[in-house]
Design a protein. Structure first.
Length: 371
């Protein structure tokens, strides 16, 4: 799921680099790891390095800055970078991202920059991450600065457990770390111990997103990443940007990543039942396709109903300004293709004079008045 979200880097580099000097686009990976996993699956540094060979990014100068604290991982990362075709633009640093970030932000000043922070446990403190945005230009036309953050959900519910255990050793120190990580003690405010961890984690996710966007003036997305549908989230992925185009495109990326995740979970479940399938063979691909089709139809129905309600209240709406209201509960799950289908229905029955074509983010939907 995490690496599926990193497919966003291609449209980021294409769009953000279109106005950059020499097409320069910078990526900072603060917890880079060895570059590739043991089975040679690409890690985030390898994914970033591969952007240079993407035909859609021929006019882009892809610059990578990879920070890794573990010595063995650092050496593997160095070896990986030496094999890359544009290795002169890929820089590897041994140490802690907290000690390197100021210099890296200075080195990437003036260029669109995407920062990926993927720590285990506590990473950079909240104020340091806020300063990523407050210390970068924010005027119209300024280079984009965007952040993708992994936040460990297990740490969150374990810290919650400490609150009700007065004898937990070292709780003051660990709770102070949590305060620094989330920008205050607000995470302790939800003290309704009847809440299940699932409910608490949802509350935490929404509150963290709200706190960060308020402090930075960014918009944001959050995604719960689970190993199985019925599990608690293993971690959250938070995305922050001041650019509406980036927020729109990342929303599309979330929807596609969730579709990929659902397929992986489906395949895993069916593979675990191979013995049964030998006796009762099923066309699992058709089952998956039908399930996804039913989901998509339900999302289109919801979006259509929301659009009808909005057009009753207003004669004109701009999609990008009403994203939450248009999508409702499908926000981050449905994407452009589902919105286009809903618009096609409304056009067909005369609710709107607007069709489903063109750039939906900027599209104005107009209510069709009776003749």
């Amino acid at each position: 799921m995490k690496h599926a979200l990193l497919t966003y880097l291609v449209p980021f580099a294409a769009k953000a680099g279109s106005r950059s000097v020499d097409g320069r686009v910078c990526f900072i990976d603060g917890y880079a790891g060895p570059g590739r996993y043991i089975d040679q699956t690409p890690g985030s540094p390898a994914i970033i390095a591969a952007l240079a060979g993407n035909p859609a990014l021929r006019a882009r100068q892809i610059e990578g800055h990879f920070v890794e604290q573990n010595v063995d991982h650092f050496r593997q990362l160095e070896a990986m970078v030496t094999e890359e075709r544009q290795k002169d633009l890929l820089h590897v640093y041994h140490g802690n991202i907290a000690d390197r970030l100021t210099d890296l932000l200075a080195a990437t000043a003036g260029a669109p920059t995407f920062i990926f922070l993927d720590p285990y446990g506590f990473g950079l403190d909240f104020e340091t991450m806020v300063n990523i945005f407050t210390n970068r230009p924010n005027a119209v036309g300024s280079p984009a600065t965007e952040l993708l953050l992994r936040f460990d959900a297990g740490t969150v519910w374990r810290m919650r457990g400490q609150l009700c255990n007065p004898n937990f050793p070292g709780k003051e120190k660990s709770q102070a770390k949590m305060d620094a990580a989330v920008g205050g003690s607000w995470w302790r405010d939800e003290n309704n111990w009847e809440l299940e961890n699932k409910q608490y984690l949802e509350w935490f996710e929404n509150r963290f997103l709200s706190e960060f966007t308020k402090r930075t003036g960014c918009g944001g997305w959050s995604v719960q990443v689970k190993h199985q549908e019925h599990h608690l989230p293993a971690y959250f992925m938070f995305f922050f940007s001041r650019h509406r185009a980036g927020l729109w495109t990342f929303g599309q990326t979330i929807s596609k990543a969730l579709e990929t995740w659902r397929k992986a979970i489906f395949d895993e479940a069916w593979n675990a039942k191979q013995d049964e399938l030998i006796l009762f063979p099923l066309d699992t691909q058709s089952i998956l396709e039908r399930t996804e089709s039913d989901l998509a139809d339900s999302w289109v129905d919801i979006i259509e109903a929301n659009l009808r309600r909005l057009l009753k209240a207003e004669s004109r709406i701009t999609v990008g300004d009403k994203l939450q209201e248009i999508h409702g509960e499908t926000l981050g799950i449905a994407r452009e293709m589902h919105l286009r289908k809903a618009l096609k229905r409304l056009k067909a029955d005369g609710t709107t004079s607007s069709d489903q074509r063109g750039d939906l983010e900027k599209k104005i939907i107009t209510r069709q008045e009776p003749a």
